[in-house]
Write a protein that binds this ligand. Structure first.
Ligand code: FE2
Ligand code: FE2
Length: 165
């Protein structure tokens, strides 16, 4: 039986590998081949967390308000950096700057999520819920191949917490 927090960790590992692969991408074609799927995966992952996981954390976590506020702010910073990268030619200095910003924000966020929100969620969500959300997570990815039908917009943290708490 899958656990949604394990599926999240799988994605986090993929993000770390993706950014590391960029270090070895020597030309524009190689950089684009790594970056475009990585950026899309980052976007879909944040959207999946916001739709499927954080609403449940908000209702039962011990420090859910602060953890959710931090997560939405971080997701916004990652979305902004991805959008900025999209405004520049792959491989240009401005593109690398934006990609590096996405990498830095993402690395900080993964650590916070793995050491804060996810432990809180595991402590307060039973196995059935974690398994049910894992199914929802997999279905979400299946229903939105390559992000089809999704929009990746920044969210106001306070409004998100109000609407989902
Ligand atoms: Fe995550
Ligand atoms: Fe996240």
């Amino acid at each position: 039986m899958d656990d949604v927090t394990a599926l999240i960790l799988d994605d986090h590992a993929a993000f770390r590998r993706g950014f590391a692969r960029l270090d070895d991408a020597r030309d524009v074609a190689a950089q684009r081949a790594v970056w475009e799927p990585l950026a899309l995966h980052l976007e879909i992952h944040a959207e999946a967390e916001e739709r499927i996981v954080y609403p449940h954390l908000l209702r039962r976590g011990d420090h859910a308000h602060d953890e959710t506020d931090d997560a939405i702010r971080d997701h916004n910073k990652i979305r902004d950096a991805i959008a900025e990268a999209g405004r520049h030619d792959v491989g240009s200095d401005a593109w690398w700057k934006a990609v590096w910003e996405a990498r830095k924000e993402n690395s900080e966020h993964l650590t916070e999520e793995e050491d804060g929100a996810l432990p809180d969620f595991r402590r307060n969500a039973d196995r059935d819920l974690r398994a049910d959300l894992a199914q929802q997570w997999l279905r979400f990815y299946g229903e939105h191949p390559s992000g089809r039908g999704l929009t990746f917009l920044d969210k106001d943290p306070e409004r998100y917490i109000r609407d989902n708490g």
